[in-house]
Design a protein around this ligand. Structure first.
Ligand code: FAD
Length: 546
C-alpha cells in the first residue's frame, strides 16, 4: 500500500463524490490509469482555515495499485508518496491457558484508563477483575441528571464517578499530543469504532463522539471484556489497600470484603480524593503537581464560527468551530482555553456535597446555541497553602474554591456567574444579556472577583481582551463566565518507576489522569494500555518493557 499526503481540495468539493475526486487526484499524482488503482481509503482529513476566504481540505489517503514497485520507482523522490507504514497494534504477550486465579490482575476504576487497561488485559487472556465505585452507566446517567435537574448530588454516582469515568458526559474529543510509535491511539479509535463510534473518528483531524453515543459504546466494551473472562464489580469502592514488605497483597472494599491481588492497576481519576488520602496514609509515594483554576466562558457559537471560518461559517464539513488560546499574563501566569466544547453545554461536575465545579459537554451534533470552554490559569504546588506539610494540599485548595463557588451560587448547586463586561469592569452582574448560560441546575449572577485567588482573576482580566484580538467577539460584554473550573487535572502524581510500578510499592501500577500520567480521554486510554502491557510482562516474568 502507498500513502499519498497533502491532497489539497477546496472546501466546496462535494462530499457526495469525494471518493471519485480523491481517486482522480491519486491517479494523477502517481501517473497511473484509473483501472490501475485497486482501492483507496482516507487516512486523514483536516482543514486549513488560516485564510478564511479560501478554506481548504487536506487529505492523506492509502491506495492499493496494480504494480506498486514500478509506481514507487516512478515517483521516487516525491515527498508526498511513501509506502504506508504498518499501523497494527501488537500485543506484548498472552496469558497461559492455566493462569492461576491468584494471578488475575485487579483494575480499580472503569474510566478510559481502567477500561483500556482491562480490555487489553482481557484480550491477552488475563481475565481482569474490575472494581468501580460508581454505578453502571444507565443508572449513573439518571443520577447525574438528578444533579442537573433536581439539585441532588449522589456522591458515588455523578459526572466524575461511575462506569465510563469522567469522560462519559463530555464532548468526547479524542485528540492527543502523545507520541505514538506503537499505534496505541489507532487501536483505541478502532476499538471505539467496533463499539459503534462514528467510523470517521479514524480519519478526521479533530475526532469527537459526544455524550449519547459514549454511553452506548461503554456498555458494548464492557460486554466484550466480560466475554473474554473479565469480571465486573460495580458499586464496589476500594477503601483500603494491604501492603506487606513493600508489595501489594490485595484491596479491601467499602463493605469490608478483601480481594487478594498481586497486580493492581490504580486508575481512579483525579477526583478520588478519599482514595488518595488512604494511599497516602498507607505510605504510597506521591507528590503534589501543578494544575489550573478558572471559569467556563460561553459565547454564541455563531460568534466563534464567524471569527474562525468567515463566510464559510456553518459549512457542514467544518462543523461548529473550536479554538485554542494562550496568553502569558504580566504576573507570570499562563492563561489558556481548556476543553473547548463547540455547540455544547456547561455542566455541573461536582462529586462532593457542598461544592460547585464546572466542565463542558456536547452531543455528537454539536448543535447547541453556545460555545463553551474553560479559561484557566496555571498554578504551582508553591501556591497551595500547607504544601510544606502534605502532598495532598492541592486537594484542599481545590475544595476551598469549590465550596466558595457553592456559597456564591446560593447553596443549592447553582453556579456563580457574571457577564464578561461586568467582570472586566469589576462590578457585579444583575441581569443577563444576549447569552443565556447553559449550566444546570442554574446560575446566580454575582461578582466573581473573589471566587478565585487574586492572581488568577488578574490574569484572566488581562487575557480576555488579548483573546479578543484573536477571536473577534471573545470579550463581548454579554458573554458569560460561570465558576469555578478546578478539576483540570490531578493535583498530585503517584509517581511510578520505569516498569510502571509505584516508586515504593511493588505490584501497584498507578495509571491515567488521577496518577498524573494523562489528561484527556485518549491519553488516559493509551496510558491504560501501556500499564496493561507492563502488568502482563511482569506476570509473564519478562522485563522487556519499552
Ligand atoms: P476517570 O475517567 O476519572 O475514571 C476513574 C474511575 O475510577 C471513575 O469511574 C471512578 O468512579 C473510579 N474510582 C475512583 N476511586 C475509586 C475507588 N476507590 N474504587 C473504585 N473505583 C474508583 N477529555 C477529553 O479528552 N475530551 C473531552 O471532550 C473531555 N470532556 C470532559 C468533560 C467532562 C464533563 C469531564 C468531567 C471530563 C472531560 N474530559 C475530556 C476529561 C476526561 O474525561 C478525563 O481526562 C478522563 O476521563 C480520565 O480518565 P481516567 O480513566 O484516568 O479517570
Amino acid at each position: 500500500m502507498l500513502r499519498l499526503t497533502e491532497i489539497i481540495l477546496p472546501l466546496s468539493t462535494s462530499q457526495d463524490d469525494i471518493d471519485a475526486t480523491l481517486r482522480a487526484a491519486a491517479c494523477s499524482r502517481l501517473g497511473i490509469a484509473a483501472d490501475a488503482l485497486r482501492a483507496l481509503t482516507i487516512f486523514r482529513r483536516s482543514y486549513d482555515a488560516r485564510k478564511r476566504s479560501a478554506i481548504t481540505l487536506t487529505y492523506s489517503v492509502d491506495v492499493e495499485v496494480a504494480d506498486e514497485a514500478a509506481v514507487l520507482k516512478r515517483v521516487a523522490g516525491l515527498r508526498t508518496v511513501t509506502p504506508t507504514p504498518p499501523m497494527q497494534y501488537q500485543y506484548v504477550g498472552h496469558a497461559p491457558a492455566d493462569l492461576p486465579e491468584a494471578s488475575r490482575p485487579v483494575v480499580i476504576g472503569f474510566g478510559p484508563c481502567g477500561l483500556f487497561a482491562a480490555l487489553i488485559l482481557a484480550q491477552m487472556g488475563f481475565r481482569p477483575i474490575i472494581l468501580e465505585r460508581g454505578r453502571v452507566v444507565r443508572e449513573r446517567t439518571k443520577d447525574t441528571w438528578g444533579l442537573w435537574r433536581k439539585n441532588t448530588l449522589q456522591p458515588e454516582s455523578n459526572v466524575q464517578f461511575g462506569e465510563g469515568g469522567a469522560g462519559t458526559f463530555s464532548d468526547g474529543k479524542l485528540s492527543t499530543q502523545v507520541k505514538d510509535p506503537k499505534h496505541y491511539g489507532r487501536k483505541v479509535l478502532q476499538e471505539f469504532v467496533a463499539a459503534d463510534a462514528p467510523p470517521e473518528i479514524l480519519y478526521v483531524s479533530k475526532p469527537h463522539i459526544g455524550t449519547f453515543r459514549l454511553v452506548k459504546m461503554i456498555e458494548q466494551m464492557r460486554a466484550q471484556i466480560a466475554s473474554l473472562g473479565g469480571e465486573f464489580r460495580f458499586e464496589s469502592r476500594v477503601d483500603d489497600i494491604e501492603i506487606e514488605d513493600g508489595r501489594v497483597r490485595g484491596v479491601r472494599l467499602a463493605g469490608g470484603e478483601f480481594i487478594a491481588a498481586s497486580h493492581v492497576v490504580l486508575a481512579v481519576g483525579h477526583s478520588a480524593r478519599d482514595t488518595f488520602r488512604m494511599l497516602h496514609k498507607r505510605g504510597v509515594f506521591m507528590e503534589a503537581k501543578p494544575f489550573s483554576l478558572g471559569f467556563r466562558i460561553e459565547h454564541p457559537q455563531s460568534v466563534i464560527d464567524r471569527a474562525r471560518f468567515g463566510p464559510s461559517a456553518g459549512h457542514p464539513v467544518l462543523g461548529a468551530a473550536d479554538y485554542k488560546l494562550v496568553h502569558h499574563a504580566g504576573n507570570g501566569r499562563a492563561v489558556y482555553s481548556f476543553c473547548m466544547c463547540p455547540g455544547g453545554t456547561v455542566v455541573a461536575a461536582a462529586s462532593e456535597p457542598g461544592g460547585v465545579v464546572t466542565n463542558g459537554m456536547s452531543q455528537y451534533s454539536r448543535n447547541e446555541r453556545n460555545a463553551n470552554a474553560g479559561i484557566v490559569v496555571g498554578i504551582e504546588p508553591k501556591d497551595f497553602p500547607g504544601i510544606e506539610d502534605s502532598p495532598l494540599a492541592g486537594i484542599d485548595f481545590q475544595r476551598h474554591w469549590e465550596k466558595r463557588a457553592y456559597e456564591l451560587g446560593g447553596g443549592d448547586y447553582s453556579a456563580p456567574a457574571q457577564r464578561v463586561g461586568d467582570f472586566l469592569a469589576g462590578r457585579p452582574s444583575t441581569a443577563l444579556g444576549s447569552v443565556t448560560p447553559s449550566y444546570k441546575p442554574g446560575v446566580r449572577l454575582t461578582d466573581l472577583s473573589d471566587s478565585l485567588p487574586d492572581y488568577v482573576i488578574a490574569a484572566i482580566r488581562e487575557a480576555l481582551p488579548a483573546f479578543e484580538r484573536q477571536i473577534k467577539g471573545f470579550s463581548m460584554h454579554d458573554a458569560v463566565l460561570t465558576g469555578v473550573e478546578t478539576r483540570t487535572s490531578s493535583p498530585l502524581r503517584i509517581t511510578r518507576r520505569d516498569d510502571f510500578q509505584s516508586m515504593n510499592t511493588n505490584g501497584l501500577f498507578p495509571a491515567g489522569e488521577g496518577a498524573g500520567y494523562a489528561g484527556g480521554i485518549m491519553s488516559a486510554a493509551i496510558d491504560g494500555m501501556k500499564v496493561a502491557e507492563a502488568v502482563a510482562l511482569h506476570l509473564l516474568g519478562r522485563d522487556d518493557i519499552t
